[in-house]
Design a protein around this ligand. Structure first.
Ligand code: ADP
Length: 313
């Protein structure tokens, strides 16, 4: 169990990027969802030992992470948002180089370990190719290969799917799901679908504060009977936006298909009730700062169930 208490980070400025985060993260996949600027990277970089918090504590299986950087290095893998590559090296050379920098020990030789890691992330076919010829998804998989070297208990991945095409994203989802079978994988993202597909539990961060810690199912259930859909003309949209909590608009054949949240469950004229999506829940949360009725999850209770690999394209 990863436990975070009272985590605060104030950058010079001052910018209060994290304003007191309390979070318990069990084994399995856990999502940290939030818009740009919410504090996700700051949080992930502190966990990875790259940035000092202003105050707060972090323990992993009861051990103080902040006080023992070597423990962090041994038990943690990190895939940062902006992963640096040496484009002229081959994937194999690049990975070996990263393993040396990380101080990974390989009793049977670094070459063997490199080959095993490339196999694990499905890159054996491209081991000798220059990294500059890799697609975005292949680069992310190489990043995961270095993150899982040494078989860490905790893997932290910061916005890993941004910029991947749908097929690469799907492949990456499968890889993360496999990794989360026997360790904690903490995934930060601004993409609601990443959470819907991968995470049995997630937290939402906004303006440096956690505004929810729940499950996709509970977040959707909290909105049951309160999400409605209807078609309106584009001319009517501004007024609707001004008076109702619109969660989504989609231009369809020249008209706007609008989804909106009605807290009292009364449908506006011409609107029908629909099944709430996680996107609806996220947008309501962003708007209200809370999700009325969502069940908060007590992480200390149980291990998070593995994702059901309900992976859709
Ligand atoms: P996210 O990853 O969710 O987009 P960040 O953690 O990058 O959010 O940023 C959180 C807040 O902290 C933002 O307001 C950002 O501008 C600010 N911030 C991030 N890094 C620094 C820094 N080095 N110095 C000052 N402010 C920063």
């Amino acid at each position: 169990m990863l436990s975070i208490r009272g985590l605060v980070k104030v950058y010079p400025g001052p910018v209060a990027a994290l304003q007191g985060i309390d979070l318990d993260v069990p084994t399995g996949m856990f999502g940290l969802l939030g818009p740009n600027g919410a504090g996700k990277s700051t949080f992930m970089r502190i966990l990875a030992g790259l940035l000092e918090p202003t105050s707060g504590t972090i323990t992993l299986d009861g051990k103080n992470v902040l006080a023992d950087p070597t423990l962090v290095r041994r038990t943690l893998g990190y895939l940062p948002q902006d992963f640096g590559f040496y484009p002229h090296l081959s994937g194999e050379q690049m990975l070996q180089h990263l393993l040396v920098l990380k101080g990974v020990t390989a009793p049977q030789g670094l070459g063997k370990l490199t080959a095993e890691l490339l196999e694990r992330v499905n890159l054996t076919f491209a081991a000798k190719r220059a990294v500059k010829s890799y697609s975005g998804g292949m680069r992310q998989r190489l990043g995961i290969a270095q993150a899982i070297a040494g078989n860490p208990r905790l893997v932290i991945v910061d916005e890993p799917t941004a910029g991947l095409d749908p097929e690469e994203r799907l492949r990456f989802y499968h890889l993360l799901t496999e990794l989360a079978e026997d360790r904690t994988v903490l995934l930060s993202t601004h993409i609601v679908d990443d959470v819907a597909v991968l995470c049995p539990q997630f937290a939402v961060i906004r303006g440096g504060r956690l505004v929810a810690r729940t499950t996709p199912r509970s977040a959707r259930a909290a909105l049951q009977g309160r999400i409605f859909e209807g078609l309106v003309s584009s001319a009517d949209l501004p007024e609707l936006r001004a008076t109702r909590a619109v969660t989504q608009t989609l231009l369809v054949e020249g008209r706007q298909r609008v989804r909106l949240y009605e807290p009292d469950g009364a449908a506006p004229a011409g609107f029908e009730p629909v099944a709430p999506s996680l996107e609806d829940a996220y947008l309501v949360l962003m708007r209200l700062g809370e999700l009325p009725g969502a069940e908060a999850i007590d992480a200390t209770a149980e291990r998070s169930a593995p994702a059901t690999a309900e992976v859709r394209p």
